[in-house]
Design a protein. Structure first.
Length: 392
């Protein structure tokens, strides 16, 4: 236990030291003001590391950029980073430490719905802002201190059904995991089917299943024109393999959480003929016309990230970067003294309007809208030859 705590402390010191060193260089000719301390609680290791690790890098690079310019009105950004190891209990404990011990002004994280839900109660009871990156996490509730940068699952599902309507698809099948994410996709798919007048036949599976041919056989009997697979990560490889083995040629559509290089590698050799994912414009930013309002911002972020980390950023890095940009804008306006100003930070975020997003489109938040980004910020994306391209 002590060894583990020491490791976490070392991680905090290393990251914070790097960021504050940049601030010291830029403020060498003037007195440095007290830092704005922000917490990071992300799934950096564990089975969701492919989402949390790039998100941590997105926050880190923004803090470095701000500190290199002298901070926010002279206040450097200090990040206190904890890895929740994709564990709900550790996520909750991290938030307690960040609020009670580290006295952070606000918290970034998490990506996973389960770890976000676990962290929410203590952050909410403490009235400290928590900025998540989950589509299925619900940030809108009375007196909420929770926010999310991702388009909601209901909006993402409706974007899929818009595609069905455009293509004249009347019958679909759904294969949904029994975990929380899969069940939310099941619920929202059924709602959308009813709204759009589309028939849907559904089956479920466990994320640990190594074969789903029985479920797919039942679905095939319904003669569907497309398949929705409600799951993120590894289980898609199992479903796709069986899907191809059974001779399906209909579109295979899965969730936005799969927009990553890890997913592309996962699907190698099992890629369905038409593999579609609803997602942000950032995922295909290079294909956007130069007239697209946020393309320049996307390009600048991508180039900075590549230079700093020697790799391509993904959707999670972009989401986290956007949340840090919004937070910095609010800190500049609110000028907080300590954690007691967290209500001002929450209220400041709610006033953000038409804020250009690397994610795509703009953020316009409000008291009853703690996402500020909706269906219009995403499009259908296709996986073709191991790359994400615009779905035509």
């Amino acid at each position: 236990m002590k060894r583990k705590i020491f490791f976490q402390a070392a991680l905090i010191l290393t990251i914070c030291g790097t960021l504050l060193f940049g601030a010291t260089l830029s403020l060498s000719s003037a007195e440095t003001k007290a830092p704005y301390k922000l917490g990071v609680n992300l799934d950096i290791t564990g089975y969701s590391a492919w989402t949390g690790e790039p998100a941590s890098k997105g926050i880190q690079i923004f803090a470095e950029q701000i500190n290199a310019k002298g901070g926010i009105d002279g206040h450097p950004l200090e990040l206190v980073v904890y890895d929740n190891e994709t564990n709900a209990e550790k996520s909750a404990n991290n938030v307690k430490k960040l609020i009670q011990r580290d006295k952070v002004l606000a918290i970034f994280g998490t990506v996973l719905t389960a770890t976000s839900n676990a962290a929410k109660p203590f952050a909410q009871d403490s009235r400290v802002v928590m900025y998540t990156y989950s589509a299925s996490f619900e940030p809108d509730y009375p007196d909420s201190f929770s926010f999310s940068t991702m388009v909601s699952t209901p909006d993402l599902v409706e974007r899929i059904y818009d595609y069905f309507k455009e293509k004249g698809i009347k019958r679909v099948a759904g294969l949904f995991a029994t975990d929380s994410t899969g069940q939310i996709w099941l619920e929202e798919s059924n709602k959308a089917a009813k709204k759009y007048g589309i028939e849907i036949a559904s089956e479920s599976f466990n994320v640990k299943d190594m074969d789903v041919t029985a479920q797919l056989a039942k679905l095939k009997a319904a003669n569907p024109q497309a398949l929705i697979v409600g799951v993120s990560g590894g289980p898609n490889a199992v479903v796709a393999k069986n899907f191809n083995q059974m001779g399906f040629t209909i579109p295979y559509i899965t969730g936005t959480g799969n927009l990553s290089e890890t997913f592309l590698k996962l699907m190698e050799g099992n890629e369905p003929e038409t593999l579609l994912i609803p997602g942000p414009y950032y995922a295909v930013w290079k294909e956007l016309p130069d007239s697209f309002p946020q393309k320049k911002l996307m390009k600048e972020f991508t180039e900075a990230f590549q230079k700093r980390f020697k790799r391509e950023p993904d959707m999670y890095a972009a989401e986290a970067y956007d949340s840090a940009r919004i937070m910095a804008e609010v800190l500049k306006q609110v000028k907080p003294v300590d954690q007691s100003d967290s209500v001002k930070i929450r209220d400041g975020i709610e006033k953000i309007k038409d804020f250009p997003a690397v994610y795509g489109r703009v953020f316009s938040l409000g008291k009853t809208d703690h996402r500020g980004v909706h269906k219009g910020a995403c499009l259908m994306i296709r996986v073709k030859d191991g790359k994400f391209v615009m779905g035509k």
